[in-house]
Design a protein around this ligand. Structure first.
Ligand code: AHG
Ligand code: MN
Ligand code: MN
Ligand code: MN
Length: 337
């Protein structure tokens, strides 16, 4: 009995995305692969900073407030700078939208490419100082044919995104990606510096046992949400109530929902007319991933991916997860006629 042989044929993220291009044939330019390589590099760079944060004094506030009125953490600002620099330099982008920048960034002629990237450089800021999982979220659009990159190129429904994903910085760095052909998860092998395919073709269970809401906001919640939450906490006799899990980092809460099933929600309420989460770089990418994994993503009254954005930082209510769980919630929004 010999030692176990190491795998000599690992599938890296780049290899996996390239394989899709071989399917498309010679007309594929490889530009998306190069853009995704730049995004992978930013995730590795941010991951190393997240790990070192407590040692090199990266915890705490940066001293500025972003357009959302939130105090920026040092890691928010650093992660934003890392992404802007890399995405400009890769030569494949035309417009960038970041949670941390009030205005969109239009790329200069020399560096301009044909993709737009909308992103949340560091999601879950409130968890940074406690060492709890945080992440990066991104969505990618193609610029319109003949466009040099304008706001219109990013004020488009999520259904027009060509790719979306997130990286979760946890016990390992996990990059979860869709290019519109299912969802795959990759884990960073720190020794190799490569994201390795570890979760091929992620499918959300059709029903879960977990609900994930900030129930501390119940005072403000509207009746359909309260009624739904009651229905899973006090089910008909014989049925078990759901378990609560809420991390407060959308990336981590959605990641668990994709893998274990259940429902994640950040509703609109009496205080926040459109909820909290941002449409372009939080709701759209996560809705795209959820649908590609076989789940449902809705505001309660419409499919998230159908929303046409009017402003780059606009917000929207979010409910997403297992098909049957989200359908149950929707019944409280549309009482039987
Ligand atoms: P960000 O840290 O990028 O500003 O996003 C925070 C978001 C999201 O990660 C999470 O789902 C939500 O805020 C949590 O909000 P509450 O603290 O209100 O529950
Ligand atoms: Mn923020
Ligand atoms: Mn966020
Ligand atoms: Mn953020």
């Amino acid at each position: 009995s010999g030692e176990e042989q190491p795998n000599t044929d690992i599938i890296t993220l780049t290899r996996h995305v390239l394989a899709d291009q071989f399917e498309i044939g010679p007309q594929a330019t490889g530009d998306l692969t190069l853009l995704l390589t730049a995004i992978q590099t930013t995730s590795k760079f941010i991951a190393t900073n997240v790990r070192k944060a407590r040692l090199i004094n990266l915890v705490g506030l940066a001293g500025e407030t972003n357009v959302q009125g939130e105090e920026q953490k040092k890691l928010d600002v650093l992660s934003n700078d890392i992404m802007i620099n890399s995405l400009r330099a890769c030569g494949k982008t035309a417009v960038l939208v970041s949670e941390e920048l009030e205005e969109a960034v239009f790329i200069d002629d020399k560096h301009r490419g044909k993709y737009c990237v909308v992103f949340d450089p560091l999601d879950g800021s409130s968890n940074i100082d406690a060492g709890v999982n945080i992440g990066t979220i991104f969505g990618i659009y193609h610029v319109a044919p003949d466009s040099k990159g304008t706001l219109e190129d990013v004020l488009r429904p999520g259904s027009e995104m060509v790719a979306a994903g997130y990286t979760m910085y946890g016990s390992s760095a996990n990059l979860v990606l869709t290019t519109g052909n299912g969802v795959n998860g990759y884990t960073l092998d720190a020794a190799l510096g490569e994201f390795i395919l570890t979760h091929p073709d992620i499918k959300i269970p059709t029903r879960g046992k977990i609900y994930s809401f900030n129930e501390g906001n119940s005072l403000y919640f509207h009746q359909p949400v309260l009624n739904y939450l009651n229905s899973i906490k006090y089910p008909a006799t014989g049925k078990a109530p759901y378990s609560a899990r809420y991390i407060g980092s959308m990336v981590a809460d959605v990641h668990r929902t994709l893998l274990y099933g259940g429902i994640f929600g950040y509703p609109d309420d009496k205080k926040s007319k459109n909820g909290k989460l941002r449409l372009l770089y939080e709701a759209f990418p996560m809705a795209f991933l959820t649908e590609q994994a076989g789940g449902v993503a809705t505001t309660g009254t419409q499919r998230i991916l159908d929303i046409v954005p009017k402003a780059i930082h606009e917000r929207c209510p979010v409910f997403l997860g297992s098909r049957d769980d989200v359908q149950d919630l929707l019944k409280f929004y549309q009482p039987a006629a």
